[in-house]
Ligand binder design. Structure first.
Ligand SMILES: [Ca+2]
Ligand SMILES: [Ca+2]
Ligand SMILES: [Ca+2]
Length: 203
């Protein structure tokens, strides 16, 4: 309960809002969880949870444009959250849904990011920023060997079926698929290095 609240509060601080919550525990089924790929990128993970937290804010109506430009929260994503994220069918997306979502994710998937501080939120926002480039895993606006190394690390972790618990690994998943084949692996790391070499020559 506390963990999801901290995430939702962090989203609230991001948008300078004061959230209010209903109370009642919710549990979700594997089918419900699978329907939570709100941004339709092939993964159900912390990014979808953050989108849900933002939509749950009481003043979300007034911050749609900002959410769209800063984290890429589109009308399609919002509609999917309202349709698939109301786990208890009470007509609202609130803290209970966020808690159920987070608990399921941490206990049943390889993504173990279970708490987000405000500094993490800055990283998440960078990761979700629609203007950020593919291949720039650490979000410093430079594509170089550090990014390639993060992609290799992600590949090494996930290829053994192990879990990951850092925002950087989440970023590798979402910004590392250079050839768009929905797999993040050594081929993508090589493509990042190639891009780095091209950029260096161009300068
Ligand atoms: Ca997703
Ligand atoms: Ca970088
Ligand atoms: Ca790939």
């Amino acid at each position: 309960m506390k963990k999801a609240l901290s995430i939702i509060s962090a989203a609230a601080v991001l948008f300078s809002a004061a959230p209010t919550y209903a109370a009642a525990d919710v549990t979700i089924t594997p089918q419900q969880f699978a329907a939570c790929d709100f941004n339709s990128d092939g993964y159900v993970d912390t990014i979808d949870l953050l989108f849900m937290a933002i939509v749950s804010l009481p003043n979300f109506d007034t911050m749609r444009d900002m959410a769209a430009s800063r984290v890429g929260l589109t009308a399609e994503i919002e509609q999917k959250i309202l349709k698939n994220g109301d786990f208890n069918g009470n007509g609202a997306i609130d803290e209970d849904e966020g808690t159920a979502f987070l608990d399921y994710m941490v206990n049943n998937t390889e993504c173990k990011i279970d708490d987000l501080s405000l500094s993490d939120m800055t990283e998440m926002t960078k990761l979700m920023d629609p203007s950020k480039k593919l291949g720039d895993i650490d979000g410093d606006d430079i594509i170089n060997a550090v990014d390639a190394s993060n992609v290799l690390k992600y590949y090494a972790i996930t290829s053994t079926g192990a879990s990951f618990d850092t925002i950087t690994m989440l970023a590798a998943r979402h910004k590392g698929d250079m050839n768009g084949n929905r797999i993040v692996d050594s081929v993508d790391a090589a493509l990042i290095l190639k891009k780095y070499a091209e950029n260096s020559v161009a300068k």
